[in-house]
Design a protein around this ligand. Structure first.
Ligand SMILES: Cc1ncc(COP(=O)(O)O)c(C=O)c1O
Length: 380
C-alpha cells in the first residue's frame, strides 16, 4: 500500500496519535472547562496541551491560538467575522472552495466584491505587487490567500504580500503548509492563519486551528455561539479568547491526538520534514517524466513548494488511471478537481482535472519508485 494522498489528509498519523486519542477516551474524557472534577481537569489539560504545542510549533501566542473542527470552519469564521455589506476582498486564482464558496455566498447575500488576481507568471502564483495593485484599485477590506495550492503545490508569498498591502489585513489558508513548511506566525505580518489539524500537522480528522494577530483577536466575532463553561450567568458570549470563538463541547479526543502529533513534529523538525518530502517529490517527478505522455501541471523547478504534484497522461482518463492504480497496485492518489475549480481553470485543467500526488513524511524513496513503476504498468 502506497499512500500518495497526503494533500487530502495524512496517513499514517504521527507515532503515538492513535494511542493518545484512545488514552484520552479511556482515562480523561471529561468535558474540558466545564466544572472542576478530575476528569474535567484532565480533559482541559489535554486541550490546553494541544493549544500550547500548536502555538509553539507555529510561532503564535497560545492566547490567540484557537482550536476547532477544521480549516473550513475557521475560514468561514474569519470571513463572516470581518466582512460587512459592500466590502471588497482580493484573492488569488488558486483558492480552495473552502475560501471561494463562503466568498461567493457573501457576494450574493451581502454584496461583497471579490477580485481574483489571475497572475500571469508561475501558474497563478501572484507577485506581491500584483496583489498590492489589486488592493489599491478601490478600497479593499481583506486579502485572502492560499499559503500553498492544494493542486500544484506552489507556495504563495503570503508574508511579502502582507508587507506590500499593510495595513490591509491578510489571511492565509495554511491547510497545505502547516507542519510541512517552516513558518512563524508572529513574524509573518499576517492577520490570521488557518490550517487543518489532519493534513501536515498529522493529527486526527475533525481538527483545525486559527492563529490571530493581536488586532484581529480584539474584534473577531464568532460564527457559532453557545455554551463555553464560563460566565454561565450571561446569555452573551464571553468577550475573551478562546471562549469567545470556541462555543460548544470541543473535540477533545481529537485535540489530545493533535497535541501528540505536533509534539512529534517539533521533535523531528518541520525544516527536516520539508527537505525530505521535497526530495521525494523531485524523485517522483523525475520518474513520471520518464513515462511517455505524462504532463506535469503547475510544476516549477526552483520556486517554493510543498510536496504535492499534479499530472495528466495524454489519452488516459485521470479517474480511471487513479482507480486502476488503487485497485491493481495499491497506490492511492486523488483524481479530479480537488475542491479547487478556480486553480484548475488557471492551470488549464478544468473540467477534466488532474491526478494529484501528495507526499507525507513517512514515505520512502523505494515507495516512490514503486509508485512510478505502477503508473507505467497501469498505463500499459
Ligand atoms: C487549501 C485548502 N484549504 C482548505 C481546506 C479545507 O480543510 P478542512 O477539510 O480541514 O476543513 C483544504 C482541504 O482540502 C485545502 O486543501
Amino acid at each position: 500500500m502506497i499512500y500518495l494522498d497526503h494533500a487530502a489528509t495524512s496517513f499514517p498519523k504521527a507515532p503515538g496519535v492513535s494511542r493518545a486519542v484512545a488514552r484520552f477516551l479511556d482515562e480523561s474524557a471529561g468535558n474540558p472547562g466545564r466544572g472542576g472534577h478530575r476528569l474535567t481537569v484532565a480533559a482541559s489539560r489535554a486541550v490546553e496541551g494541544c493549544r500550547d504545542a500548536v502555538a509553539s510549533l507555529l510561532g503564535a501566542d497560545p492566547e490567540r491560538t484557537l482550536l476547532g473542527p477544521g480549516a473550513t470552519f475557521w475560514i468561514n469564521t474569519v470571513l463572516a467575522g470581518i466582512l460587512g455589506t459592500g466590502d471588497r476582498v482580493v484573492v488569488s486564482a488558486l483558492e480552495h472552495n473552502a475560501v471561494m464558496r463562503p466568498l461567493r455566498h457573501l457576494e450574493r447575500t451581502a454584496g461583497i466584491g471579490v477580485r481574483v488576481v489571475e497572475a500571469a507568471h508561475r501558474w497563478g502564483v501572484p507577485k506581491p505587487e500584483e496583489i498590492a495593485a489589486a488592493v489599491g484599485e478601490t478600497r479593499t477590506r481583506l486579502v485572502v490567500l492560499a499559503h500553498a495550492s492544494n493542486v500544484s503545490g506552489a507556495v504563495l508569498p503570503v508574508e511579502a504580500v502582507a508587507r506590500a498591502v499593510a495595513p490591509v489585513p491578510v489571511v492565509a489558508d495554511g491547510a497545505q503548509t502547516a507542519g510541512s513548511v517552516p513558518f512563524h506566525f508572529g513574524r509573518s505580518g499576517l492577520a490570521a492563519f488557518v490550517a487543518s489539524g489532519h493534513k501536515g500537522l498529522l493529527g486526527p480528522p475533525g481538527t483545525g486551528i486559527l492563529l490571530l494577530s493581536e488586532a484581529l483577536a480584539e474584534t473577531l466575532e464568532p460564527l457559532v455561539r453557545g455554551g463555553t463553561g464560563s460566565r454561565s450567568e450571561s446569555e452573551a458570549m464571553p468577550d475573551w479568547l478562546p471562549d469567545r470563538l470556541e462555543a460548544g463541547t470541543p473535540n477533545a479526543a481529537g485535540f489530545a491526538g493533535l497535541g501528540e502529533a505536533v509534539r512529534w513534529l517539533a521533535g523531528e523538525g518541520v525544516p527536516t520534514i520539508h527537505e525530505r518530502t521535497l526530495g521525494l517529490v523531485r524523485r517522483l517527478v523525475d520518474g513520471l517524466r520518464g513515462i511517455p505522455g505524462v504532463r506535469l501541471h503547475g510544476w516549477t523547478e526552483d520556486e517554493p513548494r510543498v510536496a504535492t504534484v499534479s499530472f495528466t497522461v495524454e489519452g488516459a482518463d485521470s479517474g480511471e488511471l487513479a482507480g486502476r492504480l488503487d485497485r491493481d497496485h495499491g497506490v492511492m492518489l486523488r483524481p479530479g478537481l480537488h475542491c479547487a475549480p478556480a486553480a484548475h481553470r488557471r492551470l488549464g485543467t478544468f473540467p477534466s482535472g488532474t491526478v494529484r500526488a501528495g507526499i507525507g513524511p513517512f514515505l520512502t524513496a523505494e515507495a516512490i519508485d514503486a509508485a512510478v513503476d505502477a503508473v507505467r504498468a497501469a498505463l500499459r
